[in-house]
Design a protein around this ligand. Structure first.
Ligand code: SAM
Length: 218
């Protein structure tokens, strides 16, 4: 589903409010140059992530799904001095592109890219200082597990954002697509968890008809 006006409105919003920031166009170009899929968040959503990290005052940020580091850079820019971000990426070739982009953004000393299946990486993070902000944006089939791990790795007041929760509306017909079923299970987990206060917002734009969920850990 897509309407040309959605893109025009998004471009207007990006131009008026986001303006990318230094180096952000180069990050997007690096995705194309490496032949990677254009599945990064829209610039308007990237800036929202930065603002949410700022509003939360998050010093410890966890990301699941790095791709080329576009959302990573936005998240890291929202952290105060001394903030640290851990980002999990399965594919070494994606992680290599992300590392170059993160270094070029001057954030190499604040961002730790962990290569491997995120569930394996998350298991190694147990017992460390808790995270105050988690962004989930990887394989949808593991979303419920990522939420459970996020709960184990955060403390009350932490914010969890999960991307792609509308998936072109396929969540209404979970039998049509295993990812839709997994996304729906994650939304239902969020709604039923006594440890989470959550909502979700639909979006329309360059990424089609989609949306994100946001939750606070109680
Ligand atoms: N957050 C990025 C952004 O907005 O710029 C986009 C991430 S992209 C939607 C999803 C990424 O998750 C891909 O780079 C993919 O290789 C990675 N991924 C998929 N399955 C994974 C897993 N099990 N563990 C870690 N990363 C995974």
């Amino acid at each position: 589903v897509s309407r040309p006006e959605w893109n025009e409105v998004e471009e207007y919003l990006s131009r008026t409010l986001v303006r990318g920031g230094p180096g952000m166009d180069a990050v997007l170009e690096s995705i194309d140059a490496a032949g990677m899929p254009r599945i990064e968040v829209a610039p308007t959503a990237g800036k929202l992530l930065m603002l949410l990290v700022q509003i939360r005052g998050a010093r410890r940020v966890l990301e699941i799904g790095t791709l080329a580091g576009f959302s990573t850079i936005w998240l890291a820019r929202g952290m105060p001095d001394g903030g640290r971000l851990t980002t999990c990426e399965f594919l070494p070739e994606h992680a290599a592109v992300a590392q170059r982009n993160i270094d070029a953004a001057g954030l190499g000393d604040r961002v730790d890219i962990r290569v491997g299946a995120a569930l394996d990486t998350l298991a190694t993070l147990d017992g460390g200082e808790p995270y105050d902000f988690v962004f989930i944006d990887a394989d949808k089939s593991n979303n419920v597990e990522y939420l459970k791990r996020a709960l184990a790795l955060t403390r009350p007041g932490a914010v969890i954002v999960m991307d792609n929760v509308i998936w072109e509306g396929t969540i209404l017909d979970p039998a049509s697509d295993p990812d839709a079923a997994a996304i729906r299970a994650a939304l239902e987990f969020m709604g039923a968890s006594p440890q989470l206060e959550a909502t979700a917002i639909q979006t329309a734009g360059s990424k089609g008809w989609d949306g994100f969920a946001i939750a606070v850990v109680k």
